[in-house]
Design a protein around this ligand. Structure first.
Ligand code: URA
Length: 271
């Protein structure tokens, strides 16, 4: 590859796009062509500063810093408190929109709360919004969403007969996997969302959703197609995990297993 200083801005942007960097996370443009000996600016998470500055707390922070454990615990506590205070899905959406405890909110374009019919008997939960969802503010509207719609149609369902949400309502930059901390911080909201929507059947789309909601360690290949009991806080509901549509787009041969899972859902709805 050409040295960076010989690239045009357009070529450099194309290079970033090809490398998967399709989101802007900084407030100000940085001229990467300008030669400098200055260290790059440090980007830190939103961990609050201690009330009293000590020599230690004033030391420069490392370039990549996880949210401090205490900050994560505090964020989880305030997420729980906020979620508990919601008496309807509209209230929950409003509280989530005001919630400042998850750093993903800062890089996402829009919050992705839900789509479909909150009265539906079936609720599906994915992992996190992708690029298209971040733009539209709705879950599963990109390529994997189109496949999900076809999968649902195969058993006579559509977005008027299902309710769809994600574990994490903000797009992680560049579609990276949400960190365990981000997942734990957002979890109280999706748990309350399930409780308030009160579906008869919960479908976890993909391994991370199944592991987070069903509390299991096994991967999706082992978990899919098995029925679990999920206690929503209100009552026990039936839950099943299946392959994530994004995975099925990459591994179409696995669609036959997803088909079996869908037939199992169809049967359960008829019981
Ligand atoms: N993948 C997900 O898990 N959720 C979406 O909303 C889109 C893609």
């Amino acid at each position: 590859m050409m040295p960076a200083q010989d690239l045009t801005a357009r070529q450099l942007l194309d290079f970033y796009l090809e490398a998967g960097a399709d989101a802007l996370v900084g407030e100000e443009a940085v001229d990467r062509f300008a030669a400098t000996d200055e260290p790059a600016p440090v980007r830190v998470t939103r961990a609050p500063l201690p009330a009293t500055a000590t020599a230690d707390s004033l030391r420069p922070l490392p370039a990549i810093q996880q949210a401090a454990p205490q900050a994560t615990d505090d964020a989880i506590m305030s997420a729980r408190e906020a979620a508990r205070g919601a008496n309807s899905l509209d209230e929950l959406r409003a509280l989530l929109d005001k919630f400042e405890g998850c750093a993903l909110k800062g890089s996402a374009t829009r919050m992705v709360f839900a789509d479909g019919n909150p009265e539906a008997r079936v609720m599906l939960v994915g992992e996190a919004p992708g690029r298209d969802e971040d733009i539209e503010g709705l879950p599963f509207v990109g390529r994997s969403g189109k496949l999900l719609d076809r999968m649902l149609a195969a058993i006579g369902l559509d977005r008027t007969s299902v309710y769809i949400a994600n574990i994490v309502p903000w797009r992680p930059p560049g579609n990276r996997t949400p960190t365990p901390q981000e997942t734990q911080i957002c979890l109280p909201f999706v748990l309350r969302q399930i409780e308030l929507a009160d579906p008869d059947i919960l479908i976890c789309l993909g391994g991370p959703s199944a592991q987070t909601l069903l509390g299991i360690k096994d991967g999706i290949t082992k978990t899919r197609g098995r029925w679990f009991t999920f206690n929503s806080g209100k009552r026990d509901i039936r839950a099943i995990a299946t392959f994530h549509p994004a995975f099925l787009l990459r591994s179409p041969l696995q669609k036959r297993f997803a088909w079996r899972d869908l037939l199992s859902v169809k049967k359960a709805l008829a019981e």
